[in-house]
Structures are given as C-alpha cells and as structure tokens.
Design a protein around this ligand. Structure first.
Ligand code: NAD
Ligand code: UDP
Length: 336
C-alpha cells in the first residue's frame, strides 16, 4: 500500500467500497487493488453495473457483492469508502425518497460497520452541499445555500445529513471519519445514459445528435478527471489527522456552453448546439477552493480538461461500438 504522499508502505488492508460498481467506485477499486489491498465492492447496480468491474474479477483480492447499502451489512474491514448513491441529477431525482434513504441510512450502516471493526470511513460528499452558492469559489468554511424543499434536496440534504453522521461518529470516537466534498468528476465508465453534461454531450456528439445545453449555457462548473479525484480520496483516507471536509476537484472553471463547444471540437462532430430549459435549482456557478487539499494532502489535479475529455471520448466511442453503434469517426488532433 501507499501512504498519503504516494510512498509505498507496510501492510495490505481489507477495504469496503460501497457503490464500487459505479463510475468513480470502479476506478477507486482498481487503484486500491493496484496498491495491494483486498477490496470488497458492495453495490445494488441501480446506476452502476458489474461490467464496470468485470476486468477486476480475475483478482483473488476482489469481491463484488450485490446489496442495498440501506440494509444492514457487516464485513471485517480496515477502511470503508462510502460512495453508494446516485450522482446524476436525473438519476437521483427519479426516486428522491430512495436517494435520501440511501444517503442517510446507507451512511449510518457504513459507519456502524466501521465502528464494529475499528475501521476508518471516507464519505463521498459533494459540492452540492453548497447549493446555489453566493460565495465563489467555494471554500470548505462556506455553509452553503441549499433549497431544503427543492427537487435537488433529496441529494443535497441527504449528503449534508451524511456529513453530520460522519462528524458525530468521529467526535464520539465511534469511527474515524474523513469527508471528501467532490466536485464534478468525469472520465471513462460514466454511464452513457446517466444524464450528466459530460456524458450527454459526448454521446450526442458521437451520435451526430444535437447537444442539449440547458438554459443559456452561461452557468459554470469545474470538471475533474477521475484519476485526479481518486488520488485525492486515497490521500485523504490515509492522512493521519485531516478529517475534512476537504474539497476535491479541479479549479479550472468553464461555462457549460464552452464545455459543449470543446466536445464538439474534440469529437470532430457536425452536431449543432441547441438550448433547452434550465432545470429547477440548477446552481449558476461552481468552482472548488482547493487550498486545504493542496496544503494538507499535497493534492494537485494533473489532467487538463482537454486531455481528460479526449480519453473519455475514446472510451465512449469504444462503448458505443461495443453496443453495436457506429459513432462518428472524426479524429481531430488533441494538440492545438
Ligand atoms: P455512479 O452512479 O456511477 O455510482 C454510484 C454507485 O452507487 C452505482 O454503482 C450505484 O449502483 C450504487 N448505488 C446507488 N444506490 C445504492 C444503494 N442503495 N445500495 C448500493 N449501491 C448503490 O456515480 P459516481 O459519479 O460514481 O458517484 C460516486 C459517489 O461520488 C456518489 O456518492 C456521488 O454522490 C459522489 N459524487 C460524485 C460526483 C461526480 O461528479 N461524479 C460529484 C460529487 C459527488
Ligand atoms: N447540462 C446541460 N445539458 C445536459 C446536461 C446537463 O446543459 O444535457 C447542464 C446542467 O443544467 C448543469 C451542468 O450542465 O448546469 C452540469 O450538469 P450535471 O448534470 O453534469 O451536474 P450538476 O453539476 O448539475 O450536478
């Protein structure tokens, strides 16, 4: 295994990753196995898929279990990464009560499991705890502006409650906690149909369909490549004292329209950009202040947006081909 600075140290651990068959979870499982650990991925496959971890099944140090995190579970483990939760607004709003239950009861179950085995838990929290922010960029000390009765509240308030559970278990000495506030993350193995901006735009561009920008496209996000995020999560988990919350993300901010234009360019697509109504409570701006992550974890995002998008486009193209589609083959240069 490695320490918080990426140096190889001591013992191999047994690590539970809830939501391990999801987009981020599958990359995290891959990384933890590469570091020499035993990994149990727990997932109900509601937004993830066994296909995301099929390549890990060959390892004798990897187990995939189909379970709902909201039902009690028990594994003898040293670490828990609690990622089980839908992440895309379209997905988490489909069954909002279940989203709240997954985040609140699921986190309680994960903490109880950690408590029984003296394990440490890292909670995958989110920039959504800041809501539609008046403070920009968002530092960890900003308490947020969440609409508690809005359509995004099932996720935002579910994650906020999960943070409070982690802190209470930690303060009471019941389970050591870590909180990562994850900002928009993208990369290979995002579900093609999950409705997020990056996946929608790439699929639309590769299929030669119109790219659907919601509102005027002037709202901003800051997109982090998944490898950078996983590095930050591992560093936070293994940090001896930093509990967080710590923002993890890439502070390079773009408008949604700029993202769509970049994807059209990188795919070489002839697709047009069209405008659709802005969803309710859609945050107007989002950019992480990452000074704490830099100072405390030595965290620094390495993958530029264009480079990360290019890798993601290649993987989406392969996935569409695998599904029997013939995505557009435009191959513009990455440089320039
Ligand atoms: P994802 O939807 O690909 O992965 C979530 C995984 O959790 C899926 O495999 C899903 O099947 C599983 N899951 C959902 N409900 C479950 C339940 N009740 N029991 C067991 N498994 C369940 O999403 P992701 O982007 O990989 O997000 C992973 C985590 O990171 C989530 O907790 C999300 O809130 C957080 N996060 C992600 C982002 C991002 O931009 N990707 C940003 C902020 C926070
Ligand atoms: N968005 C868009 N078109 C899409 C999907 C999303 O314009 O097809 C916008 C969405 O309204 C938001 C931004 O892109 O302003 C990021 O959306 P996403 O669902 O990826 O994540 P969010 O940050 O909203 O959770």
């Amino acid at each position: 295994m490695v320490d918080a600075n990426g140096r190889s140290v001591g013992r191999s651990m047994r690590i539970l990753v809830t939501g391990g068959a999801g987009f981020v979870g599958s990359h995290l499982c891959e990384r933890l196995l590469a570091d020499g650990h035993e990994v149990i991925a727990l997932d109900d496959f509601s937004t993830g898929s066994p296909a995301n971890v099929a390549h890990l099944m060959r390892s004798r140090r990897f187990w995939l279990v189909e379970r709902d995190v909201a039902q009690p579970f028990d594994y003898e483990i040293d670490r828990v990464y609690n990622l089980a939760s839908p992440a895309s607004p379209a997905r988490y709003q489909c069954d909002p009560v279940r989203t709240t239950i997954t985040n609140v009861v699921g986190t309680l179950n994960a903490l109880s499991c950690a408590e029984r085995h003296g394990a440490r838990l890292l909670q995958a929290s989110t920039s959504e705890v800041y809501g539609d922010p008046e403070v920009h960029p968002q530092p960890e000390g900003y308490l947020g502006r969440v609409n508690p009765i809005g359509v995004r509240a099932c996720y935002d308030e579910g994650k906020r409650c999960a943070e409070s559970l982690v802190m209470d278990f930690h303060r009471q000495g019941r389970a050591s906690g870590r909180i990562a506030r994850i900002f928009n993350t993208y990369g290979p193995r995002m579900a093609l149909d999950d409705g997020r901006a990056v996946s929608n735009f790439i699929v639309q561009a590769l299929r030669g369909e119109e790219l659907t920008v919601y509102g005027s496209g002037s709202q901003t996000r800051s997109f982090c490549y998944v490898d950078d995020l996983v590095e930050g999560c591992v560093r936070l988990m293994e940090h001896p004292v930093e509990v967080g919350p710590v923002n993890l993300g890439n502070p390079v901010e773009v408008t949604v329209l700029e993202l769509a234009q970049e994807i059209v360019r990188l795919t070489g697509s002839a697709s047009r950009i069209v405008y659709r109504p802005l969803p309710e409570d859609d945050p107007r701006q989002r950019r992480p202040a990452i000074e704490l992550a830099r100072r405390s974890l030595g965290f620094e995002p390495r993958v530029a947006l264009r480079q990360g998008l290019y890798a993601t486009i290649q993987s989406f193209r392969a996935a569409l081909l695998g599904a029997g589609e013939c995505p557009r083959r435009g191959e513009p240069a990455l440089a320039g």
